[in-house]
Design a protein around this ligand. Structure first.
Ligand code: GAP
Length: 444
């Protein structure tokens, strides 16, 4: 994990938020490569779950909503973790995460066993909408994106003319005042979620939960996280939320342990019923053909953008010893991202930066590719070093423009370039016109 954290900082994937002021615990910034990686993940999730489906529509709800939403959903009353204080060093901890020795819990900070009784700590961040800091103006930063999709159910249904089963999808920020943010970006206080609320008839709920489990496993495979690295946990009776009839947790083998990436919960008609009761508004579904009116049930696949980004980084990270033609060995650090997730798709280099004809040709190649993918132009240093820089960024392809390209070694080699593959380090000669179709197919 240390190596990954250090690479992420060095190459501009992830920085501590407000770093020059000492940072802020539980908050992170994504740098130039991190933002591209995260965007590729969100774009692909959106494409798979919204654009490629007839039965899904998207929305983008506000982060701050009427407080009544959180009263009705139960968050104001119960969205809390058990907290304890250490009476010795005053550190605060989550009671359910305390280490234990000889059957007694102790403070991981100072080792003392002198701890307070656990008490509920609500995780929602508070603020005030308007100039008065009064109880009437109290609002929360949303702790999940889901509620917007429940409270807009009627509007979306009426405007999209969907029929059951259908889903609403949303990607957005969520905030939780975690007692102990930890494991890098795994548990933070500001993060992003990718959530689906898939509405259905009660009799289809359980089967659709299994259907979504399969869809989500396929998704992770398609972004480069193999099935055997994901542990599916069927949460037993008694451990699920009381309203859920089935919940699967998808866990990934992070270097710090197997931990949750996503939850897929069959939430029955709990959420819509709570909002019907609290708002007095009709959120029922009217099946015209069968002349039936009922409250739909819902299956919710809820994934974390930041956790999946971390899983992509962990899965991609590799170090291997390579030996050059002079017999010199070195350790190559490489991020083996699936090409569709890679922040930069292709590096384009002129062999030498002081040869204007090579530079001009390389820039022509860049101009051809850039409307279709993220391209990095690099003319600094030896070619080997430029390859290594792209390896560390996880760039799957590099293209080098040399004297053959500009026709110095005969017309048959003119307009061909070297295409270098990150994982195998194999190089091949390809025509410039072939580049776009080849690369576009690989990154789709
Ligand atoms: N609407 C359901 C819901 O929010 P959750 O299990 O609390 O369920 C869903 O959260 C996902 O959001 C988690 O599986 C995880 O990927 C992500 N997540 C939750 N808390 C997080 C945190 N503090 N930091 C980063 N990601 C978090």
């Amino acid at each position: 994990m240390e190596k990954i954290v250090s690479l992420c900082k060095r190459r501009g994937f992830i920085f501590q938020s407000s770093e020059i002021y000492g940072g802020l615990n539980g908050f992170w910034d994504f740098g130039p490569l991190g933002v591209e990686l995260k965007r590729n993940l969100k774009d692909f999730w959106w494409r798979r779950n919204v654009r490629e489906r007839d039965d899904m529509v998207g929305m983008d709800g506000s982060i701050i909503m009427n407080r009544a939403v959180w009263k009705a959903s139960g968050h104001e009353e119960t969205f809390s973790d058990p907290m304890v204080d250490c009476k010795s060093c005053k550190a605060r901890h989550r009671a359910d995460q305390l280490p234990e020795k000889d059957g007694t819990k102790y403070c991981p900070n100072c080792g003392s066993r002198d701890l307070t009784e656990p008490r509920a700590f609500n995780l929602m961040f508070k603020s005030y909408a308007g100039p008065l800091e009064s109880e009437d103006n109290l609002v929360y930063l949303r702790p999940e994106t889901a509620q917007a999709m429940f409270v807009q159910f009627r509007n979306v249904l009426d405007t999209s003319r969907q029929k059951l089963p259908f889903g609403i999808a949303q990607i957005g920020k969520a905030f939780r005042n975690e007692i102990n943010p930890r494991n890098y970006i795994f548990r933070s206080r500001e993060f992003e979620q990718m959530e689906i609320e898939y509405f259905c008839r009660a009799e289809d709920g359980l089967a659709l939960t299994d259907y979504w489990l399969e869809q989500r496993l396929k998704f992770y495979e398609d972004i480069g996280i193999p099935r055997d690295k994901i542990h599916v946990v069927d949460i037993p009776d008694g451990e699920r939320a009381f309203y859920s009839k089935k919940t699967y947790d998808l866990e990934y083998e992070f270097p710090f342990g197997i931990s949750e990436l996503e939850g897929i919960a069959y939430r029955t008609d709990y959420d819509l019923s709570r909002h019907i009761e609290a708002s007095g508004k009709p959120l029922e579904y009217h099946d015209q053909e069968k002349n039936e009116k009922f409250v739909p049930h819902v299956v919710e696949p809820s994934a974390g953008v930041d956790r999946t980004t971390l899983a992509l980084l962990c899965e991609a990270f590799d170090e291997e010893t390579v030996t050059d033609e002079n017999g010199k060995s070195e350790v190559r650090t490489v991020l083996r991202f699936h090409p569709r997730m890679a922040p930069i798709k292709v590096g384009v280099f002129p062999l030498l930066k002081n040869k204007p004809e090579l530079v001009a040709k390389a820039k022509e190649v860049v101009a051809k590719l850039r409307p279709h993918m993220a391209v990095s132009y690099d003319e600094a240093g030896a070619i080997g070093r430029r390859y290594r820089r792209q390896d560390e960024a996880g760039t799957p392809f590099c293209v080098t423009v040399d004297f053959d390209t500009v026709g110095e070694n005969g017309p048959e080699k003119a307009d061909t370039v070297t295409l270098r593959h990150r994982d195998s380090m194999q190089q091949e000669r390809v025509n410039i016109d072939e580049l776009l179709p080849r690369l576009a197919a690989a990154i789709l």
